[in-house]
Design a protein around this ligand. Sequence first.
Ligand code: 13P
Length: 317
Amino acid sequence: MHRHDQNFDQKYKEHLHRKIAELKKERDAIILAHNYQREEIQEVADIKGDSYALAVAATKAKNKVIAFCGVLFMAEGAAMLNPDKTVLLPVKEAGCPLAEMITVDKLRKKKEEYPEAAVVCYVNSSAAVKAESDICCTSSNAVEIVKAMKEDKIIFVPDKNLGRYVREHVPDKELILWDGYCVTHMRLTMEEVLKAKELYPGAEFLAHPECRKEVLELANYVGSTAGILKYVKGSSAKEFIIGTENGLIYQLTQDNPGKKFYMPTNEFVCANMKLTTLGWLARSLEQMMYVITVPENIAVKARKTLSRMIDVMEAKK
Ligand code: 13P
């Protein structure tokens, strides 16, 4: 018997499922997973969702330990919002290149250039950048958060595509954009979408706002991963071309057995999101690694930007 024996793989998976279930009890842990995680992780997650839903879920969890299957900024957010809980990120290298496209020093310089502007920072950012901002937003609420700001001038960091999308929806405010982008969403080209539309003429095209402007212009719907899931459930269309990371296909298929989903390119994979495997999750719970903490001098400010976002959105309910 060797590693590629399917029987062996199945047995190993069952072993890991049992181990994770035992460790969850032992540690009093809950597993949160982002919609881009591998199928094997989504299968064992207690709660799945987009960035916003997971941030809120972390604040509501009663458990002592949160195993966050996502990327570093998500685990940092959960840690800051829940200082009394232990937050684990199973793979410490799971980062976000977009979050690294801005530094605190550069943001401070920008603020000096526009002292009258407020800073709205996309959740895909470091705790230090959040600490330097006035409020956070996610892709599901960026338009509403910017609309809710009393300032007319907004420095929007670090995603220029999301920023441009917000600018189009909030024309009465001046948005100063940062030159950051998601390397995964930027990969999708207009040509690839047009090709997919030609192949599947009856399909609707749904895109994440981190996509390029020319790609978003082709979309029937633009929204966060949770937004896309909700849209598909409510749509009478039977076929969809998905303009976001391929991990979303799992939940889309689970929720809509009669509908078909196509990826416009095989390249739509976030390598960081895919780092977490069942084996690493089991190790994480077993060895309590990697515990994510944020220095309190940063957390005290960054927590406020996250809480403000949640407060604005909760008040709208
Ligand atoms: P969502 O909030 O839409 O899940 O997006 C998270 C993300 O990181 C997109 O790249």
